[in-house]
Design a protein around this ligand. Structure first.
Ligand code: IVH
Length: 676
């Protein structure tokens, strides 16, 4: 190929990837899988490496983060970055309306926009001739800090506009304002990962987002799952839309993510009528919101209304009731994870928080308990934030009873009773006994889970039953189970045993990446497992690969390579692999990239209550048509609870487990089809 055609290919790839980014982050309608995206990005990286002159600042490869800074420079905003006045109830909104209607009667005929008040932090991003040139925090509203390099690493921030609508010319100068946040799911995944690595978990998405944006080293920011939603224009060299509603549309067309939840209301009565609905749907929103912002749609009217201090009169934030309550900490119990990490959790005197009864809450780690000096018997402050599992904020020391004692972490594993260990540089305590029943149970739960061997019917309870009864001592033992072994277990009738053995047997046909995922090697998730399966072709291949072979695979760095090698060095693990081979659980096929990605593939749903338009059977058929799975009861493996009217105990369970809840219309938008 000659140089010109390579340069043309690079340009084309840059553009294609920008478009896919836009489809994924803004439209929420990806047309290729994550894997295919990564492959294209890798190809672009390789080509740009050979032709560095083709690298542009807006190339999708340029989100890597530059060298660490010494300090943040100050940035003066083009105009003050204002705040919002707060309202706490419908009456406050009514009086706000009456006040501004008196100032300007045009208020009586304007419409209103309701937007989620995203609980993140403001960022102000400047584009010159369509290229991102600067990003700053809000600071004191007049001057902020230059966080350009950090913001460049956030995938949903366009590096160049317009991203997609190609016939649009970008304004010479455009400064947009948005909110940086971490989605609820991303936050849970981040904490799960940290937990497995024995590191400190984060308290809540907002503070984590704030801390991540203010990192001097952009490479750290890059590792955090930050997202953005934009909602206003601070400065623009051209005339821009005159209403907030069309401004949101304008931003979206340029390629900026905007909330899909925003609504237009014709008058204040419609606004007031929908307040309750916002409150109810709060938990269903995939990011944390602390209220709803009500804005005058007519932007010149809003401007004319002026300001009170730092708050514009044309908008107001209606804050949701805080979901923090105090209750008694009855006990501190300890859970043992798959990797042996011990995590403390709070057993609470049951308390209602925002319509849900909370009985347990996260205590993060033992350092947290000791830093906050949380004691059994204390009255503690507990927060329930959306889908995030409730967490203890700290004790209310003034209420402490005389004679209470400092909490002392266990020195032995609550499951097997052996001494626990602490590793240099980590906050976690571990049970290092590889045959600890709790770890074994978690290991097997992981092996049979949906992302791994997907053995239906083997829920947490049955796994625990099998381990406790000594029927299985490792994952390979699952394949040695016989009917007569199981019939003597409580609750195991003939049919149940047959179904279970059938499901176990069927899992032999799973492809290699599923088995690799199931082994539970530190740092190997579903994505890495696919790459490993493709390259190594069997477990033997993986076992005998050198660190160099492993690091040649995209996504595998030195730590992961080391962790794979460490795993295979453990004698009991080698024995399990050998047993799997002898038992014929030895896949050599691996996933082929599917050109028509199924929108719900890999997702498990549970349905509860009466849906507005679909019967449960219809909903099930639709979900399955798009590659999803519907099961009867809510467990940790459930991705979504589809909630209808008069939802029952499944809803409570989903809330307790932090499972995401959606309504029928969200399902419809997930599959992007009008189901009528
Ligand atoms: S509008 C003049 N819209 O809430 C424009 N703010 O308490 C004022 N926020 O500082 C802001 N979501 O950081 C606006 N949809 C939204 C918002 C939003 C979150 C934040 C923003 C602001 C704070 C005010």
């Amino acid at each position: 190929m000659n140089k010109n055609s390579v340069l043309a290919e690079i340009k084309e790839l840059q553009h294609t990837l920008q478009e896919h980014n836009y489809r994924y982050h803004v439209l929420d309608e990806p047309t290729i899988s994550d894997y295919e995206y990564d492959m294209l990005l890798q190809k672009l990286r390789d080509l740009e490496l050979a032709y560095p002159e083709a690298v542009t600042p807006d190339s999708p490869t340029q989100r890597t983060g530059s060298v660490p800074l010494e300090k943040f420079e100050k940035v003066t905003h083009p105009s003050p970055i204002l705040s919002l006045a707060n309202a706490f109830c419908a009456d406050d909104i009514r009086s706000w309306y009456e006040k501004i209607a008196k100032l300007d009667p045009a208020v009586k005929t304007t419409s209103f926009i309701m937007e989620p008040k995203i609980d993140g932090l403001t960022v102000v991003i400047r584009y010159e001739n369509g290229i991102l040139v600067q990003a700053a925090t809000r600071g004191d509203g007049v001057q902020g800090e230059d966080v350009t390099e950090n913001v460049r690493t956030i995938k949903s921030v366009p590096l160049r506009i317009p991203v997609f609508v190609s016939n649009q010319v970008p304004p010479e100068r455009l400064v947009v304002r948005g909110e940086i946040y971490i989605g609820k799911d991303d936050f849970s995944r981040l904490n799960q990962k940290l937990l497995e690595q024995g590191e400190k978990t984060y308290q809540n998405p907002r503070n984590t987002a704030a801390g991540s944006l203010r990192q001097l080293d952009p490479k750290i920011t890059r590792e955090r799952p930050l997202s953005i939603l934009t909602y206003s224009i601070v400065d623009c060299s051209e005339k821009y839309p005159e209403s907030q509603w069309s401004l949101l549309e304008y931003l979206k067309n340029l390629g900026f993510p905007v909330s899909q939840l925003s609504q237009k209301k014709e008058n204040i009565d419609e606004v007031l009528e929908s307040i309750e609905a916002w409150n109810t749907k709060r938990d269903l929103i995939p990011y944390e919101v602390d209220g709803v912002v009500i804005k005058i749609n007519d932007l010149s009217l809003a401007e004319r209304l002026g300001y009170v201090g730092k708050d514009p009169r044309g908008a107001i934030a209606l804050k949701f009731p805080a979901r923090e309550v105090s209750t008694i900490l009855m006990d501190i119990k300890v859970n043992v994870g798959r990797t042996g990490v011990l995590t403390p959790f709070a057993v609470l005197e049951p308390v209602e928080i925002g319509g849900v009864i909370v009985r347990q809450a996260t205590l993060h780690n033992f350092d947290f308990i000791s830093e906050k000096d949380i004691r059994i018997g204390d009255r503690v402050l507990v927060k329930r934030a959306g889908d995030v599992i409730p967490y203890v904020i700290g004790p209310l020391v003034e209420n402490r009873k005389a004679g209470s004692m400092k909490y002392v972490p266990p020195i032995t594993c609550p499951s097997c009773g052996l001494a626990v260990e602490h590793f240099e540089g980590e906050v976690a305590w571990y049970c290092v006994n590889s045959s600890c029943p709790a770890q074994l149970t978690r290991n097997i739960e992981h092996f049979v889970s949906r992302g791994a061997m997907d053995i239906e019917g083997l829920g947490e309870k049955i796994v625990a039953q099998l381990v406790d009864a000594g029927k299985i001592a490792d994952v390979a033992d699952l394949y040695t189970l016989k009917k007569e072994n199981l019939l003597d277990l409580e609750g195991f009738a003939e049919k149940k045993v047959e179904n279970l053995l059938d499901a176990i047997n069927q899992s032999r046909g799973k492809s290699l990446e599923k088995l690799i995922t199931g082994l539970g090697i530190h740092g190997i998730g579903e994505v890495n497992a696919v790459a490993l399966a493709r390259k190594m072709k069997s477990l033997d291949g993986l076992m005998t690969s050198s660190a160099g072979d492993l690091m040649g695979i995209d996504g595998i760095g030195p730590n992961t390579a080391q962790s794979i090698q460490d795993w295979f060095e453990v004698e009991t693990n080698r024995r399990v692999v050998k047993k799997l081979k002898q038992l014929g659980v030895w896949p050599t096929s691996f996933i082929e990239v599917d050109d028509t990605p199924q929108k719900l593939s890999g997702l498990t749903f549970v349905i509860t209550g009466t849906l507005p338009s679909l019967s449960r059977d219809q909903a099930k058929t639709e979900i399955e048509k798009y590659g999803g799975k519907v099961v009867d009861s809510v467990s940790r493996n459930t991705d979504y609870l589809l909630v209808g009217e008069n939802a029952g105990s499944k809803l409570q369970k989903a809330i307790d487990l932090g499972i995401k809840r959606i309504e029928e219309k969200e399902l419809k938008s997930m599959i992007g089809e009008d189901l009528g």
